[in-house]
Structures are given as structure tokens and as C-alpha cells.
Design a protein around this ligand. Structure first.
Ligand SMILES: [Zn+2]
Length: 220
């Protein structure tokens, strides 16, 4: 992805750096739609970003683009501020969530998480099998009227999966902390990131399955 470093201001016609506001005349500049989300928010381009700095930056930019400030502005400037608000919101939604940030980081490196991510990650295969088997048993137990037993087992299962998810999230954080500009191990880091992210996505699916079973229990 290459985005130009400069842009011609629509108002004063100066060649200025790509930024929210023209550095010459202060007019709002429509940001290029393919601008890297890290640049959109003006934060360091690294997945191990400071989340509280990211939020304060986002709120500061949102305030600057607030529609109230542009009520008397030209149509072009109003439009540019709306355009930028949408881009900033999208960038923030993506970067504030570690899993989404990881997927985006993969995309920036020309990688994808895989079509629907339906394949069970090998490192989770035995867990997935055990969970599915247990859910099957719980359905039988529910049909046999052992509701208390089912509720108890579901809650244990949820705790177990949440622990696993916490460990996987920690692995994601560790991966993020190893990215540096001159990192010699980019392809190994990418492969690991992909595997951690698909594990996280699959754990989300398993937790949803357990949640569904839990709802059936409550409605029974
Ligand atoms: Zn200007």
C-alpha cells in the first residue's frame, strides 16, 4: 500500500502533507480512503500500540471534526469533515480491538486470515473435539431432566474456554511486542500471528456454541 506523502489543498492550492487539516490554511482535507489506519490516527505504526494514547487521539480528532464546528463552513469543507469522520471511526474501531488490529496488520503485510476461517486450527483440534463431545452429552443429560448438572457443566466449560482465550490473547500481545522496523523474522512473526488469530477466532466460535447451549437450558 503506497499513499502519497503530500496532497494539493482544495482551498489554497498548496502542496501540503497528508493530514486532517491543511498546514497552510487550516482547511479540512479529505483523507485518502486507502490511508494506513495508523497514519489516519497519527499513531506509531506498530501493533503494540498504546491503547490509551490511541483513544485520546481518537477523541481529540473527533472533537476537531464535530459537525457543529462546520455549520457555517463551505459545502466542500463540511463534506470533507464527514468523510474524515467516517475514516477515523473505521480506523479506531479496527485498531482499538487487538484481534481486529492483528487481522489488519496481516492485511498490511499482504496476508489474510483465510476465507471463512472454518478450518479448525491444528493446535485446537483436541479441545474442539472434547467440547463438541461434551455438548452432545449435555444435550442428552438435559433431555433426561438433569438441568442442574447441565448448568454446572456449561459454566465450567465456559470458564475453561475463557482461560484458554486469555492465554491466546496473551500470546497475541507477545507477538505484537516483537515487531520492529528491522525485524529479521517477519515471516515467522506473520505465520505465528496468523495461527494465534485463527485460534482466537475459533475460541470465539466455541464460546458462542456454549452460550447457545446455555440459552436453550434457560428457555427449557
Ligand atoms: Zn490550504
Amino acid at each position: 500500500m503506497t499513499t502519497p506523502e503530500t496532497i494539493r489543498c482544495w482551498r489554497c492550492q498548496s502542496e501540503v502533507p497528508v493530514a486532517l487539516l491543511c498546514s497552510r490554511c487550516g482547511a479540512v482535507q479529505p483523507l485518502p480512503t486507502d490511508l494506513d489506519y495508523f497514519r489516519v490516527l497519527g499513531v506509531e505504526r506498530n501493533p503494540a500500540l498504546d491503547e490509551s494514547a490511541l483513544s485520546s487521539r481518537y477523541y481529540e480528532l473527533s472533537r476537531r471534526l464535530h459537525p457543529d464546528l462546520y455549520q457555517t463552513a463551505s459545502a466542500q469543507e463540511r463534506e470533507a469533515s464527514l468523510h474524515n469522520s467516517a475514516i477515523i471511526n473505521r480506523a479506531y474501531r479496527t485498531l482499538r480491538d487487538p484481534a481486529q488490529r492483528g487481522v489488519y496488520w496481516l492485511e498490511l503485510h499482504g496476508e489474510k486470515l483465510g476465507a471463512n476461517n472454518n478450518r479448525v486450527p491444528p493446535q485446537l483440534a483436541s479441545l474442539v473435539f472434547a467440547v463438541q463431545e461434551q455438548l452432545e452429552e449435555l444435550r442428552d443429560a438435559r433431555r433426561a431432566g438433569k438441568q442442574a448438572e447441565v448448568d454446572n457443566a456449561l459454566s465450567q466449560l465456559r470458564t475453561q474456554l475463557e482461560e484458554q482465550r486469555a492465554q491466546t490473547q496473551a500470546a497475541l500481545t507477545r507477538n505484537f511486542s516483537r515487531w520492529h522496523d528491522d525485524s529479521p523474522e517477519t515471516s515467522a512473526l506473520l505465520a505465528e500471528l496468523k495461527s494465534v488469530l485463527s485460534e482466537l477466532a475459533y475460541l470465539r466460535t466455541l464460546l458462542r456454541d456454549v452460550e447457545k447451549e446455555n440459552e436453550v437450558s434457560w428457555n427449557a
